[in-house]
Design a protein around this ligand. Structure first.
Ligand SMILES: NC(=O)c1ccc[n+]([C@@H]2O[C@H](COP(=O)([O-])OP(=O)(O)OC[C@H]3O[C@@H](n4cnc5c(N)ncnc54)[C@H](OP(=O)(O)O)[C@@H]3O)[C@@H](O)[C@H]2O)c1
Length: 345
């Protein structure tokens, strides 16, 4: 079996933890080092108890990293962009989960992140990490930037509609995502304090969410996006409203999704006539790499309601990154990503 040597930077975090879980089971990966500054020298199981009896690995410090074939970086925003050359010296290939290299221009970093990007010349070298949109470029990519979780939940359901020219571009496109608490990472804050977070339905970014920049970049069209946190640990439910061109039917929308995604292993079109799971729902996607997509057309107004559901830590982070690794290394695309989810859960 063809195996590559892989390390994870930021493996004590939520995204890094799911990478660890996936890579320990991956048939083509030998996991070499996994980092945490806070827990260096300690077993990974003190942070990720789900991995007991799965590994004896201990956390290392970033300063002790050795050369590998591939490095996953899952650090907070603005850590990699300032140290990219150090990490490049350690691996032939880097797959980054942060927002540091997702946008293609320094102007966009100024506009959306309010910062001067320290390495703008590298922005075009990073391939944007959604496999379904960038599979061919990814096959030879040395630098891959995984997409934002909210961006993934919005781009995947909307992209076929724009690509196939079904949308009335004179009308606004509006999307809203309901998000689980793990999106915010494992650092405690006032907002994550249990009495404040529990049971909440909290509008946390009604306008100017940073992931909007990725959506505009990948869809090639303006989009309005809002995010709301709800009582859920993992998962995103995205609801978008687009107006279809005159003459486009619900059957056309069906055929378009079938054409674009019929062969995709991680995309499922969900549209049942009856039953409680008629439309996508993140609850049954926990731990899986699926993006479920549903839709319904109001024939009176031509408004198409598009619904997307993912696990933010999987299709929105670690699962997407492992999928990208599989493509870039010529492995079976679904390797390490076979978990089907649980029902009931
Ligand atoms: N959570 C999500 O749903 C999600 C989805 C998609 C993308 N992302 C992105 O993925 C990245 C990680 O997210 P997360 O949610 O996993 O965050 P997290 O839970 O806060 O984990 C952050 C990780 O980075 C390490 N770290 C922090 N500062 C460091 C430093 N100065 N030097 C070295 N290591 C450092 C932490 O290790 P220590 O133990 O040393 O603190 C920890 O392992 C972020 O950029 C985030 O935007 C997250």
């Amino acid at each position: 079996m063809n195996k590559i040597k892989v390390s994870i930077v930021g493996a004590s975090g939520y995204a890094g933890g799911d990478l660890l879980r996936l890579l320990l089971q991956h048939p083509n990966v030998e996991l070499h080092q996994v980092t945490s500054e806070r827990f260096a020298g300690k077993p990974v199981t003190i942070v990720h108890p789900n991995l007991r009896k799965q590994t004896t690995l201990k956390f290392s410090s970033v300063n002790d990293l050795e050369k590998v074939d591939l490095l996953f970086t899952a650090l907070p925003h603005a850590k990699l962009m300032n140290n990219i050359e150090n990490f490049r010296a350690l691996a032939d290939r880097i797959i980054d989960l942060s927002g540091d290299f997702r946008l293609k221009t320094a102007e966009d970093y100024k506009r959306w992140y309010d910062l001067e990007h320290p390495n703008p010349e590298l922005l075009n070298e990073f391939v944007y990490g959604i496999v379904e949109l960038h599979r061919e470029e990814m096959k030879s990519a040395k630098l891959i930037s995984s997409a934002g979780c909210n961006a993934t939940s919005t781009i995947l359901p909307l992209w076929p509609l724009f690509k196939n020219d079904l949308v009335d571009l004179s009308k606004p496109v509006i999307a809203e995502a309901k998000c689980g608490s793990s999106e915010a990472g494992n650092k405690a804050s006032d907002a994550s304090h249990h009495p404040e977070r529990s049971g909440c339905v909290r509008s946390y970014k009604p306008t100017r969410h940073r992931h909007t920049a990725e959506m505009i970049q990948e869809l090639g069209n303006p989009i309005e996006f809002s995010a709301t946190t709800i009582e859920m640990v993992r998962g995103i439910l995205m609801t978008a409203h687009v107006f279809l061109k005159e003459g486009v039917t619900e059957l056309d929308v069906w055929k378009t999704y079938r054409k674009e995604y019929g062969e995709e292993p991680f995309i499922r079109i969900v549209k049942e006539r009856s039953g409680i799971y008629r439309y996508p729902e993140p609850k049954i996607l926990a731990g899986t790499n699926f993006c479920d997509i549903g839709f319904e057309l109001d024939p009176n107004t031509r408004r198409l309601v598009v619904i997307g559901a993912i696990d933010n830590l999987m299709k929105g982070a670690a699962g997407q990154a492992v999928h990208a690794m599989n493509v870039a290394n010529g492995f079976e695309e679904t390797a390490g990503l076979g978990f089907t989810g649980l029902h009931p859960i």
